[in-house]
Design a protein around this ligand. Structure first.
Ligand code: ZN
Length: 96
C-alpha cells in the first residue's frame, strides 16, 4: 500500500484534471488550426498565401492593425481603399 487516503486521492484527481484539461484544449486548438489551414477557411487556420480585397484588389497590409475585436482575435482586416471588412482568407465579412 502507498498509504494514500481518500482525501489525498481526490486532491490527486483534481490536480490531474487541472493539468489535463488545458492540455486537451491546446491539442483541440492545434488540430482546429491545422484543419482550417488545410481547407483555407474558418477562424482557426493560418493563411500563408496572403490575401487581397475581393472588391478593389488592394493587397492586405503587411502590418495588420486590427480595427475590431474580431479582427484582433481571428484575423482579417479592413480594406484601406474601400473600407470593406475582410477575413484573413480574403472573404468579405457581411454580418457584423
Ligand atoms: Zn478594398
Amino acid at each position: 500500500m502507498l498509504g494514500i487516503g481518500v482525501a489525498e486521492s481526490l486532491v490527486l484527481v483534481v490536480i490531474t484534471l487541472a493539468c489535463a484539461l488545458p492540455a486537451l484544449a491546446g491539442v483541440a486548438m492545434f488540430v482546429m488550426t491545422i484543419v482550417d489551414t488545410a481547407r483555407g477557411q474558418g477562424r482557426w487556420g493560418i493563411n500563408f498565401k496572403g490575401a487581397s480585397c475581393p472588391q478593389c484588389k488592394q493587397a492586405a497590409p503587411t502590418i495588420r492593425v486590427p480595427k475590431t475585436v474580431g479582427q484582433a482575435l481571428w484575423g482579417g482586416w479592413t480594406c484601406e481603399r474601400c473600407q470593406l471588412e475582410i477575413d484573413k482568407w480574403g472573404k468579405p465579412i457581411r454580418d457584423r
